[in-house]
Unconditional design. Structure first.
Length: 201
């Protein structure tokens, strides 16, 4: 499957961005939940500035990964493959059927959870804690989906500086590869002159 070069360049760019966001989210998740937050420290944010910063980073990176995958890379990938991208939920259903994201229902549930973290959890610490713990459980699913999407871009369109091998094309040095240029025929060695037979005395 060949797409015009500008489309391929954009796919590579979006895939690189998504790979970074997945790594950032995984790292922030690990640091935030190394010592899981509790109601006590969530109720006293002035005394927990590092915790507040990690929660903000976690929510921001959770949002960026979801937006980068569902709103940017996924429709761009579908379009480059000749499909007509639809709404976000339609694209997620299509990615679900193709095995790129796991479950579209789980993805949408995590998206709603993200919205709760952003808009509804400022005052209610119990809701904030429950949402954080639920989002923590979803990180592996989101990172796995990002990895499958970027792997699909690489499989279909290669990576920068390396084009994908056409399906069925022979690998170099394998059977069916183009014949090598024949080596020039070897020159027969010139026979040595025979010495005359020695005379018997």
């Amino acid at each position: 499957m060949n797409a015009p070069p500008p489309e391929v360049e954009r796919l590579h760019f979006l895939a690189r961005v998504l790979e970074r966001e997945a790594a950032y989210l995984a790292g922030t998740d690990q640091r935030l939940f190394a010592t899981p937050p509790t109601l006590e420290n969530l109720r006293d944010p002035p005394r927990q500035p590092e915790l507040a910063e990690r929660i903000d980073a976690f929510v921001a990176r959770l949002s960026r990964l979801q937006d980068g995958a569902a709103d940017q890379l996924l429709p761009a990938l579908l379009g480059a493959l000749g499909e007509t991208p639809g709404t976000t939920i339609d694209n997620l259903h299509r990615a679900d059927r193709l095995g790129w994201i796991g479950s579209s229902a789980d993805w949408m549930a995590t998206r709603r959870l993200r919205n709760r973290l952003v808009h509804e959890c400022v005052e209610d610490t119990q809701v904030l804690l429950d949402a954080l713990l639920s989002a923590h459980q979803d990180v592996a699913m989101l990172v796995g989906a990002a990895q499958r999407l970027t792997a699909e871009v690489a499989r279909r369109f290669g990576t920068p500086g390396r084009q994908p091998r056409a399906i069925g094309a022979p690998r170099p040095g394998r059977a069916g590869a183009p014949p090598r240029r024949p080596a020039p025929p070897a020159t027969a060695p010139t026979p040595r002159a025979q010495r005359p037979a020695a005379r018997r005395r």
